[in-house]
Ligand binder design. Structure first.
Ligand code: ZN
Length: 408
């Protein structure tokens, strides 16, 4: 493939620096020069559009892409579940996301077919199934069904929502199994959650010693643990056990933020899912009671974001979208832009997310030697962040040097 210059655009490189007029050369999937395209070069003309790094969503659930109650009630065929998962992967790419971190629900096969290019989608880093305690968040079977039968609902190679562990030894076995089947990091639920009826947001789950077992197994493979956590007690347990990242972080207070800073633990707030669940409980096919659980969560999460920033935490960005309507993944950036600034939202979704995912040396900024993941925006989202949320505004999407969407 010849060198290609993406020319005539304005570059916001993902570091937070002010955007500058520059042409970007891509060779072998990597940014090989930034400056002025030479005369006669092969160019893709960007017509003054803003060029950003490909966006990263640090909290996705490709494996939960179907109407939720029908899915969790096991009423959908494998074909339908697969069709919905593959559609969601394509939507992510079309919305400008070139990397996603799947925080639970897909089996390794999905990651594989996307990596092979058989299914359109972003680069996927996956934890496989969510690791949960018996009776904890992440169990969606029937009330009458013994926990032992839950795993039989997995569809090997396609989806595996969660694995239940009754004690530290079972957890050790389950995380080893998850790694064998393609996980590259781990996610544990250490507090209750919103979706599902067996737990409350105030519950803590897994003991510190149990979480530490997962941390030990992850460290043995050179990777890390992130945790689903809403309340402070659960977050502090997880930080003491050695996890690297907290998802949601709804109630983070000053003391918890200080502890997280001391241990260099990052946080990934997730606003888009909260808004989607509030507005759209029925079309997502969720129990209307889910909405009651969400009262106050949005405001609390906004406060936690402020506290996290003030404490100097690394703050990522994740949509946590579930269900069939995942076209507008960039809503997370739009909301964060309103709470902070469009530039802060962009940096969280690019450089900072790449750092949290452990791929910051090759992805997340437009700099020499970085993988050429690029998005050109039809309207400048730094002027009006609504453009981040509108897939039609992502006019050109490039993953590792390959143009995978071009709509101009
Ligand atoms: Zn989630």
């Amino acid at each position: 493939m010849p060198d290609v210059w993406f020319a005539g655009g304005v570059v916001a490189d993902g570091t937070g620096r002010d955007p500058v007029r520059a042409d970007v050369c891509v060779a072998d999937g990597v940014v090989s020069a930034i400056g002025q395209a030479p005369a006669g070069a092969t160019t893709v003309d960007l017509d003054g559009m803003l060029l950003t790094p490909g966006l990263i969503d640090a909290h996705v659930h490709l494996g939960i892409s179907s109407p939720i109650r029908a899915h969790f009630g096991f009423q959908l065929s494998v074909a339908e579940l697969a069709a919905d998962i593959f559609a969601t992967a394509g939507y992510a790419l079309d919305a400008g996301f070139t990397t996603v971190r799947d925080t639970g629900g897909v089996d390794g096969g999905v990651v594989d077919v996307i990596a092979k290019g058989k299914v359109r989608g972003p680069r996927v880093l996956s934890c496989g199934p969510v690791q949960c305690q018996t009776g904890g968040h992440g169990y969606y079977g029937a009330d009458w069904e013994p926990t032992e039968l839950w795993e039989r609902h997995h569809i090997p190679g396609l989806c595996a929502l969660s694995l239940m562990s009754g004690n530290a030894d079972e957890l050790r076995r389950n995380v080893r199994e998850s790694f064998r089947r393609g996980a590259t990091f781990l996610k544990l639920c250490v507090t209750g959650g919103v979706v599902g009826g067996h737990d409350r947001l105030t519950d803590t789950q897994f003991a510190v010693e149990e979480i530490a077992v997962a941390v030990e197994e992850a460290a043995a493979r050179g990777t890390y643990v992130t945790v689903h956590a809403h309340n402070n007690a659960g977050i502090r347990n997880a930080v003491r056990a050695g996890v690297r990242c907290v998802e949601h972080g709804t109630d983070i207070d000053e003391e918890t933020a200080r502890l997280m800073r001391e241990h260099d633990v990052a946080v990934v707030p997730t606003f888009a899912v909260v808004e989607a669940l509030m507005e759209d409980t029925e079309s997502m096919d969720l129990d209307p009671r889910t909405r009651d659980k969400l009262t106050g969560v949005r405001q609390q999460m906004a406060t936690a974001l402020q506290i996290s920033r003030a404490a100097g935490l690394r703050v990522g960005l994740g949509s946590d979208l579930i269900g069939p309507h995942q076209q507008r993944r960039g809503e997370e950036l739009r909301i964060r832009a309103e709470l902070e600034s469009p530039m802060q939202a962009l940096v969280s979704a690019t450089r900072d997310n790449a750092d949290i995912l452990g791929i910051g040396d090759s992805v997340g900024t437009i700099e020499l030697g970085m993988r050429a993941d690029l998005v050109a925006w039809q309207q400048n989202p730094l002027d009006d962040a609504k453009a981040f949320a509108d897939p039609d505004m992502a006019a050109l999407v490039v993953k590792a040097g390959q143009i995978l969407k071009e709509t101009r």
